[in-house]
Write a protein that binds this ligand. Structure first.
Ligand code: FAD
Length: 312
């Protein structure tokens, strides 16, 4: 019995979500192989050697993997699948795009968005936007899991290990899709998915112009900016800022919710945050039920005061 993890990386380094997936895999207490696919990815393999406890790193360094196409990546995973009892990927857009294809081809029930591993047969996952927690027991011989990265602390990168690196050639059926382009959002601020501090604004902020007050606080704290769906729908901020059931699921050290009521769909995306601060003028706003610190008052009064204090 052993585990295959498909690594998510940016050709230079592993994404934090991959390090969390490795942490999850360690709970299974089985040999772990890390599959790295891409083009010109030696740096990723070198970095992966700094992770303790990997049996080997499998490197598929080929131009066909230059662009992330689920059609090619899933073929590579399928080529190796026979040897493994577990296949794990992060439950990110990357993993969610690739793994269901693998599960379907193998005719296996995928177990998605795992937040805890109780044993090699028992897994915990949220359902109904996090309103219920489901424990699953599987009788499948092979299991395919997507791992929610925010539920597992990333493994540390330490001293270089002598983990073997196996270069692998894959013979793939040419995909019937073609990579055309990617438009990645550029931001000077930390990435919302992995930021330690997130300052989020909701409908209460009132307008796109008013959102500057949120940006100022975020910049002072070195934080990423998030938003509720109402703020996104109203056009205050782009939709990749959205936190929640249909947005990003995050768990920063500090989440500051400003002018956000705390609808269940919003909570689904941030309730795992270590410390939650809410600023809202309505003392009965549901956000206060999950907040560690609550400030009842007008955000347009509180934020300038907070700004002045932080400046001191
Ligand atoms: C299928 C589905 C999926 C959804 N997915 C998401 C999701 O991913 N993320 C998400 O966020 N929502 C999601 N929603 C929408 C969700 O139900 C709420 O409508 C939304 O979260 C409300 O956003 P809000 O808290 O900003 O707005 P509101 O609920 O309108 O709350 C605004 C808050 O601001 C406060 N306020 C107003 N003025 C001030 C002021 N001057 N100072 C201080 N406080 C003030 C008010 O007291 C109020 O509590 C989803 C809904 C559905 C049906």
């Amino acid at each position: 019995m052993s585990i295959l993890i498909l690594a998510e990386h940016d050709s230079a380094a592993l994404k934090a979500a991959t390090l969390s997936t490795i942490a999850a895999a360690k709970k299974l207490d089985l040999p772990i192989d890390l599959l790295v696919l891409g083009e010109g990815i030696d740096a990723v393999a070198t970095q992966a050697k700094n992770i303790e406890g990997l049996r080997k790193i499998i490197l598929g360094d080929n131009a066909v993997f230059k662009d992330i196409l689920a059609e090619t990546f899933s073929q590579a995973v399928l080529a190796l699948a026979g040897e493994y009892s577990f296949i794990l990927v992060p439950a990110t857009t990357f993993g969610k795009n690739i793994l269901p294809r693998v599960a379907a081809k193998l005719d296996i029930q995928q177990i998605s968005d795992v937040i805890d591993i109780e044993s090699p047969q028992r897994f915990v996952r949220p359902v109904y936007a996090g309103n219920a927690i489901q424990t699953i027991e599987t009788a499948q011989e092979k299991n395919i899991l997507t791992i929610r990265p925010t539920s597992f602390n990333a493994v540390a990168l330490g001293a270089a290990q002598d983990t073997p690196v196996e270069k692998k050639e894959f013979s793939l059926t040419p995909p019937r899709v073609r990579f055309v382009g990617i438009e990645a959002s550029k931001a000077d601020r930390p990435d919302l998915s992995s930021a330690r501090i997130v300052v989020s604004g909701g409908r209460g902020v009132g307008s796109k112009e008013n959102f500057k007050i949120i940006e100022e606080l975020a910049d002072r704290l070195g934080a990423a900016i998030g938003a509720s769906r109402a703020a996104v729908d109203a056009g205050y901020v782009p939709n990749d800022y959205q936190v929640g059931q249909t947005g990003k699921i995050i768990a920063p050290d500090l989440y500051i919710a400003i002018g956000i009521s705390g609808a269940i769909q919003h909570l689904a995306g941030m309730v795992g945050s270590k410390v939650i601060v809410a600023i809202n003028k309505d003392p009965d706003a549901p956000i206060f039920q999950v907040a560690d610190y609550g400030l009842v008052g007008d955000l347009f009064t509180i934020l300038p005061e907070l700004h002045n204090e932080l400046q001191k």
